[in-house]
Design a protein around this ligand. Structure first.
Ligand code: NAG
Length: 461
């Protein structure tokens, strides 16, 4: 017995030491990786034109005629099952209605003019022509002008930000600052050129956007993003803390090992991690795998992270297929309950015109395949090897939580990654495409958060 006791003691001690070592490994921070200015265009690096060229969307008649032809000759859709709305994916009756609208009511000439309402430019960064909108504030009135980079995600585009531009570039009397906006299309999205070489993931996009801001003439600036844009702003904050005045994200994600560990341990006792009110958002009650929102909504991600080029073929060849694939996300990601509605809830927050603008940006630029490659490039071994999830964010940070966002992380988790979390908010309305869906709420949160970050910066000079 004495021997057994000693063995148990020894094993226990060994276990405690092992856990201790593991924990200390979890909390040690390796050096921040240094990323090169890689060349993403075909061939070897060559001299580039560093000018900033004004740009207007101007799609040829040929492309529009070809689109009409494809829409008019689409094969009939497979009828949805009886009593089924969006639970199996895009409902065919709803899709028919949208396609009918596209054919008869959606006027591209008009929309093109509308999309060209803000000044747009292209400039070559690391071999790629990068498209961006740049809007200066309307009337500065002695206010400080803060540069702000806005980054969209998938399956979005710069279109998501059109509604918030006037809300951020017109001075507000409560604030002594106003914004100058730079709104790029991600490489491979819309009017920005895609890479010809593998490896352009979120971290490499962070390099491109740092270089873009430098090209435009900004050394220090604020950054904001949702979806992939949220990932990129986090990486930019890690890589370039001396340039980033603060970051605002509407999809903050603490991916550090400690945060993950705390989330897992918290599942045994949620009150240690999250307030009662939001418990279900962190730990969904349903343990049935395919009722969990993440399982229900993440199939696309696995395909795009593994076979982006294959899924891209059909989408790039069929406008109705592309519309179904993209617009489906605007139902369930805006509100997961909308899958139970025949109309997908779409018209509550968007018009078909709004949604088709976004689809058109993918269609006329042939960019769906290059856009979905971002999943493969960001979930690669090479990306994980950079160890960015081990890096804390050391710039002032703000996390807006919209109630229908796919993931929810409470302050207790976020603060493990974002060390200077000066603002978090739980908004009343809105989902994944917050800037597009609820521009007022989104813009108000940006003003409030950036004022807090400005004050924080003053205090910690
Ligand atoms: C679009 O391009 C066509 C053909 O190059 C040109 O005639 C037309 O003026 C352009 N439209 C705009 C708005 O720039």
């Amino acid at each position: 017995m004495a021997l057994l006791g000693r063995i148990i003691l020894l094993v226990s001690a060994g276990f405690v030491i092992f856990v201790g070592i593991k924990l200390s490994q979890l909390s040690t921070v390796p050096p921040v990786p240094k990323l090169e200015n890689e060349w993403w265009s075909s061939g070897v690096q060559s001299e580039i034109d560093t000018s900033i060229r004004p740009f207007k969307i101007n799609v040829s008649q040929e492309v529009i005629k070809d689109l009409q032809h494809r829409l008019n000759n689409a094969r009939s859709f497979t009828p949805s099952l009886e009593g089924i709305q969006q639970q199996y994916g895009m409902n065919s009756a709803l899709l028919s209605e949208i396609i009918q609208f596209w054919k008869t009511d959606y006027d591209w000439a008009k929309r093109e003019k509308w999309l060209n309402q803000y000044p747009q430019y292209k400039t070559n960064i690391q071999g790629l022509d990068i498209h961006f909108i740049r809007v200066k504030p309307s009337n500065v009135e002695g206010k400080k002008v803060l540069p702000l980079l806005l980054l969209h995600g998938w399956p979005g585009s710069v279109r998501e930000f059109y509604g918030v531009v006037p809300k951020l570039t017109v001075p507000q009397k409560e604030y002594d600052f106003v914004f100058e906006l730079v709104i790029p299309s991600l490489p491979g999205y819309g009017f920005s050129e895609g890479a010809s070489k593998p490896g352009l993931g979120v971290a490499q996009m962070a390099v491109i956007f740092k270089n873009l801001m430098e090209r435009v003439g900004f050394d220090k600036y604020y950054i904001q993003g949702g979806d992939w844009g949220a990932m990129i702003v986090t990486v930019m904050s890690i890589l370039y803390p001396d340039k980033i005045m603060g970051m605002h994200s509407n999809m903050c994600n603490a991916d550090s090992p400690l945060a993950t560990l705390k989330l897992v341990l918290g599942s045994f006792y949620p009150p240690a991690v999250v307030d009662k009110e939001f418990e279900d958002r962190v730990y969904p009650l349903s343990t049935v795998l395919f009722q969990n929102i993440l399982m229900l909504e993440m199939g696309y991600l696995h395909i795009q992270a593994t076979k982006p080029d294959t899924v891209g073929v059909g989408l790039n060849d069929s406008p109705v297929g592309l519309a179904a694939y993209i617009i489906e996300k605007f139902t369930t990601w805006t509100n997961s309950e909308w899958k139970n509605r025949a109309d997908g809830g779409l018209k509550e927050k968007y018009s078909y015109t709004d949604l088709l603008d976004n689809v058109m940006i993918y269609w006329v630029t042939n960019s769906i395949t290059t856009s979905v490659r971002l999943y493969a490039e960001s979930m690669s071994k090479a990306m994980f090897a950079l160890g960015l999830s081990n890096q804390p964010v050391l710039v002032p940070s703000a996390c807006a939580r919209f109630p229908h966002e796919l993931v929810y992380q409470p302050d207790s988790i976020l603060s493990l990654k974002y060390k200077y979390l000066v603002h978090t908010s739980d908004l009343k309305d809105g989902g994944h495409f917050a800037a597009f869906e609820v521009p007022d709420l989104w813009a108000k949160d940006v003003w409030v958060a950036i004022e807090k970050m400005e004050r924080f910066r003053q205090k910690h000079k």
